[in-house]
Unconditional design. Structure first.
Length: 154
């Protein structure tokens, strides 16, 4: 079966950009069972409450929900099981140092299929305070108003 080329987004964490300041992003693979891959290809994945953590020199993702594959019967896994993320050792050690800094977290932004393989975009992020969120919303509204006025003028 030929492998599709390109990137196909499956799930996004839209709230992450509202809740966090994104410092940097990384692409990593994920270790999955066969039925989980089929379920992800069907779009049955949720990363809304997910986060990543470095444990014993390995990177894991917690809280990621992959719905059981309907035709998977006994081969299905627990939807909320902890899954291993695949990165080089030096990248994992860099992420560990960054995430141990005060207020920093590892948050998945997007799950996508790239050249037939499931990938996760992982961000090193710092949580926003309530006033930061209000300021960001005010800027967004102001920009939208400016664009609306420009369209009316021309």
């Amino acid at each position: 079966m030929p492998v599709k080329k390109g990137i196909n987004a499956v799930a996004q964490n839209r709230k992450a950009r509202h809740e966090y300041f994104i410092e940097s992003t990384y692409e990593c693979g994920i270790a999955l069972a066969g039925t989980e891959v089929k379920s992800i290809r069907g779009g049955k994945c949720n990363i809304k409450d997910a986060y990543a953590k470095v444990k014993d020199g390995e990177l894991f993702i917690y809280g990621m929900h992959i719905s059981p594959y309907e035709q998977g019967n006994v081969f299905n896994c627990d939807p909320f099981r902890v899954r291993k993320l695949l990165m080089h050792k030096h990248e994992i050690s860099r992420l560990q140092k960054l995430s141990e800094a005060d207020g920093m977290s590892l948050i998945p932004l997007c799950v996508y299929i790239k050249d037939g393989r499931v990938k996760i975009e992982l961000a090193v992020a710092k949580g926003k305070k309530l006033y930061d969120k209000r300021h960001a919303l005010a800027q967004k509204d102001a920009q939208r108003e400016i664009e609306r006025k420009m369209r009316e003028k021309y």
